[in-house]
Design a protein around this ligand. Structure first.
Ligand code: AMP
Length: 186
């Protein structure tokens, strides 16, 4: 089974991706996490990525693609793509790649959350973890970019009849139970 998870920063899609990957034995591919791993290597490329991430902007897609394709190609049971696609051109590119490689995308799960709740959660997470891209100003910028660029991706998958929408306001266990109900059984 191959899934894509969409939702604003703070929607908890990373947490749900972890739970789903354990439940269905899928490879959890988080583009943000893969990029953060590049950053800690402190290579020239890593430093460039850090600069972009610290402004809440999108990293050039060829860099992201390199990292996620390696993972997709080593996912025998299927994958959960978390954090990609971030805009329409990424979505179209992923479709093209899936077609070329006879990969079937089963479902796109959209975790819907309002901005005030997303901002509150991001502020809490910034206190708990120590992510360098976690300041209130960057949170607002990431949400702005999300609305501008990622929101159209939701309509794109809706038109393909791949999208299921989940309310991301309740607690983690409730969201997970609701997610399982909406995933077509295999
Ligand atoms: P995330 O952990 O998914 O919230 O991503 C953290 C940051 O990584 C984002 O704010 C972007 O700067 C970068 N990023 C993650 N995925 C992508 C992507 N598919 N395309 C471009 N930038 C990305």
């Amino acid at each position: 089974m191959n899934l894509i998870l969409l939702g604003p920063p703070g929607s908890g899609k990373g947490t749900q991706a972890k739970l789903l990957s354990q439940h269905f034995q899928l490879n959890h591919i988080s583009s943000g996490e893969l990029l953060r791993q590049e950053v800690v290597q402190n290579t020239p490329k890593g430093k460039l990525i850090a600069q972009i991430m610290n402004q809440g902007e999108l990293v050039p897609f060829d860099t992201v693609l390199d990292l996620i394709l390696k993972q997709i190609n080593t996912s025998p049971n299927g994958f959960i793509l978390d954090g990609t696609p971030r805009d329409l051109s990424q979505a179209e590119h992923m479709d093209w790649f899936f077609n070329q490689n006879h990969i079937h995308l089963d479902t796109v799960i959209y975790y819907q959350l309002d901005d005030p709740t997303a901002l509150k959660r991001l502020a809490n997470r910034a206190r708990e973890e120590n992510r360098s891209d976690d300041t209130p100003q960057i949170h607002r910028e990431r949400l702005r970019i999300y609305h501008q660029k990622t929101q159209p991706v939701i309509d794109y998958y809706q038109k393909q009849h791949k999208l299921v929408t989940i309310d991301a306001r309740p607690d983690i266990d409730t969201i997970f139970a609701n997610t399982l109900k909406l995933i077509p059984s295999k």
